[in-house]
Design a protein around this ligand. Structure first.
Ligand SMILES: Nc1ncnc2c1ncn2[C@@H]1O[C@H](COP(=O)(O)OP(=O)(O)OP(=O)(O)O)[C@@H](O)[C@H]1O
Ligand SMILES: [Mg+2]
Length: 167
């Protein structure tokens, strides 16, 4: 398990960019965290580093969007917010094997989809309820996030180890 403090949205994009060169076709990344945690921000940095075509935005109404990338391995960006079960995710019929797949809100909904993945859990350290706008708030809205990265299965653990080594 890796724990990082990410101070602003730029650093969140940089974390995505750091992950990008480690990923290959068949890899699965689960992004968890409340609304506005920074899941799409991280995916945007990842997409930019992969040379993904098309804007990386929250695909809430689309459910899944496939971006061609510079390497030829597409990035599939899924928003599972509206999906309740592994069955519904499975019904999207995504071709996980040929793409790098990033799933927002996928926790607990991907049983059986893959035996290995990297989980990234993003939270506000102070807790959500405590966050109240105040006069000294940064105008950009940047505030720290706590990111916990956990690999599952052999490939997930390998990705976690490589991220920890920063290679
Ligand atoms: N440290 C930080 N890391 C990431 N984003 C941050 C940070 N501080 C502030 N932000 C802001 O928080 C928002 C994160 O939005 P984003 O769309 O990435 O969240 P999300 O987790 O994808 O939400 P949703 O569940 O609605 O899809 C952005 O407006 C971003 O600028
Ligand atoms: Mg999002």
């Amino acid at each position: 398990m890796i724990q990082l403090t990410i101070l602003d949205s730029e650093a969140m994009e940089a974390l995505g960019a750091r992950l990008a060169p480690l990923l290959r076709a068949g890899d699965l990344v689960l992004l968890n965290g409340e609304l506005g945690a920074g899941k799409t921000t991280l995916t945007r940095g990842l997409g930019a580093a992969l040379g993904a075509r098309g804007a990386v935005t929250s695909p809430t109404f689309v459910l899944a969007r496939e971006h061609p990338t510079a390497s030829g391995v597409p990035l599939i960006h899924v928003d599972a917010y509206r999906l309740a079960t592994a069955r519904e995710v499975d019904d999207l019929d995504l071709d996980y094997g040929h793409a790098i797949v990033v799933v927002e809100w996928g926790a607990g909904k991907l049983d059986g989809v893959s035996e290995a993945w990297l989980s990234m859990d993003i939270r506000r350290p102070q807790g959500d309820a405590a966050v109240e706008p105040s006069a000294d708030d940064d105008l950009s809205g940047d505030e720290p996030r706590q990111v916990t990265i956990t690999g599952h299965g052999a490939r997930g653990l390998e990705l976690e180890a490589r991220l920890a080594r920063r290679d």
